[in-house]
Design a protein around this ligand. Structure first.
Ligand SMILES: [Zn+2]
Length: 167
């Protein structure tokens, strides 16, 4: 079901832009590929793994099959540290379908030993004052990885937790 909304300002109707209202809601599955599949399997063992590029030597996390900088296949699998630094973040105060109740902190974190960042929720941030929380996060604080008690091989198996007074 779609609606076409035409606005008639009178000026030049042939050049007016049309907006189209739509709605998608569907379940789907996708093939995660060999590297993402192993990455998720390792999560179920509470390990976060990357793959190293044989040319630039960067450890790419989450593990991937190709280095996007060198366009070559990655090599060895290596586990990264369980702590890291927040590179960038967002605080959302809006409700989104499928996400926990806001306010939420989502951050890209480079874990110790890794050369790229991965995204997940950050817990342990005092969000009673969003502005001061953002100021604290801008100081690139340390976080630790916290796994749930029953990991299932999903990205939701873990989250980041702010290490108090780490800046
Ligand atoms: Zn590379």
């Amino acid at each position: 079901m779609t609606d076409l909304n035409h606005s008639h300002t009178g000026a030049n109707e042939e050049e007016e832009l049309v907006t189209v209202l739509g709605h998608w809601s569907f379940d789907y599955t996708y093939f995660a590929g060999s590297h993402a599949s192993r990455f998720f399997r390792e999560l179920s063992h509470k390990r976060i793994m990357g793959t190293r590029c044989p040319q630039c030597q960067r450890l790419l996390v989450p593990a991937r099959a190709f280095c996007a900088s060198c366009f070559c296949r990655t090599g060895d699998w290596e586990a990264v540290g369980m702590e890291g630094n927040i590179d960038t973040f967002t605080i959302t105060v809006q409700n989104f379908p499928g996400l926990p109740e806001p306010p939420l902190v989502l951050a890209y974190v480079t874990l110790d030993g890794a050369d790229t960042a991965l995204i997940n929720f950050v817990k342990g941030v005092d969000l009673s004052d969003i502005e001061s929380a953002a100021g604290k996060l801008l100081e690139s604080p340390r976080v630790r990885v916290v796994f749930g008690s029953k990991p299932e091989g999903k990205v939701t198996d873990f989250c980041f937790e702010l290490i108090p007074d780490s800046t």
